[in-house]
Design a protein around this ligand. Sequence first.
Ligand code: ADP
Ligand code: ZN
Ligand code: MG
Length: 492
Amino acid sequence: MSSSTLSLAPPELLAKYEPVIGLEVHVQLATRTKIFCGCPTSFGAPPNTNVCPTCLGLPGALPVLNRRAVEMAIQAALALNCQIRETSIFARKNYFYPDLPKGYQISQYDKPLAEHGYVDISVDGVKKRIGITRVHMEDDAGKSQHEGFRDSDRYTYVDLNRSGTPLIEIVSEPDIRSSEEAYAYLTELKQVLQFVEVSTCDMEKGHLRCDANVSVRLKGASRFGTKTEVKNLNSFRFLKQALDYEISRQVALIESGGRVVQETRLYNPDTGETVGMRSKEEAHDYRYFPEPDLVPLRVSEAWKERIRASMPELPSALRARFVEQYGLREYDAQVLTLTRPLAEFYEKTAKASKDPKAAANWVMGDLLGALKAEGKEITESPVSPEQMAELVNLIVSGEISGKLAKEIFPKMFSSGDSPRTIMEREGLKQISDTAALEKIVDEVIAANPKQVEQYRGGKTAVLGFLVGQVMKASRGQANPAAVNQLLKAKLS
Ligand code: ADP
Ligand code: ZN
Ligand code: MG
């Protein structure tokens, strides 16, 4: 029952409805070892080598909670403006799956680590707050790898290296109202978690996984509609596409007299469609109960405050400060705080430079452009913040023109030399010295009698041409302001 586009709603019908979305996001914490044992979490080890009796789920093996994982989970929760529960409880979530040898996941249920948080997003300049219901800790399952297509040679391999990797699950309130808002929410979430360095949030490696709950209702209706849960959204683009498809599917269904059934649906990136996977009736009964092998997790006020004090400035605060302190535009502040290393690079440049706004333009434009062209990260920049600032300062002091700076920058980038070194080595210094300039100006006046006559006859626009001639004769090294003055004085 696929054949797609027919079952989608046209824009005029979509406009009658309001989507309601809540996201459930799993994030892998960047600990060195697993959540309940000492096995390494390193990626890419040979299958089933990073394992021990605990993460293999062997009878009698006991879990020991990783303190570092708790600290990271608390950092994440604080960064998401959550309240940390003084006592939280681990619970068994029971289900059968080949890559879950214990037969249950250790998660948290009615007493999660943290609750009542929020994330602020901005879509088309409109700011909005998205509530976070809870942040809880859990262990990851292993991985199944399927191979072959014919029954006679079809195999499934189970790799338990990932079993016991620490995760947090972040559940949002149903506050999101469009696929764009969902995209912005996930973007902000990822940025915040990367800033506090609790996860790489690398979606390709599965360090950030997202499930979306979606329903639609007539605009103005007070009750939510029946939701579906869409899984398999392993990129930001897929999240947006899947939501747009699912919203449209639900509206078309309701408009044609049908009803949305509560079910789990799988997004297929090849077709851009969502397909029903299991209905609520088939849904798991997880038979949650408190994990008997772990004591309640207690987070003292003192521990929580120590963790809070150790956290870096968060992106939203940093953006506001960049606007305030360095006079940046909102958009520029946003670009320069995309990652923590970039924000730190810019801040060092700004502090060492006499013109923080110009510094912002150089970092965002020339530097990021050059890095991108070579596929490099800001941490690999051959130009240091101090050198970037020195270039800005050479312009501010009038030693070089902006035009010369544009010539010097690529040389800094390819050689790693300082701008002053390059300027002196290549004789690229701006000529402001009047005697030297006068000589060139006199030559240009002598060589262009017609334009000189026009200027004196009142056609002052010709001045631009004459300035250009002087700049050319000086190979771009003349100080344009000084040339202007000199020419005017000589011609009047
Ligand atoms: P369930 O009991 O099915 O797990 P929850 O109430 O725990 O549902 O919510 C799970 C997620 O679904 C949350 O992110 C929440 O914001 C979202 N959600 C809840 N109700 C709706 C709805 N009617 N439409 C869209 N999303 C919803
Ligand atoms: Zn182990
Ligand atoms: Mg629930």
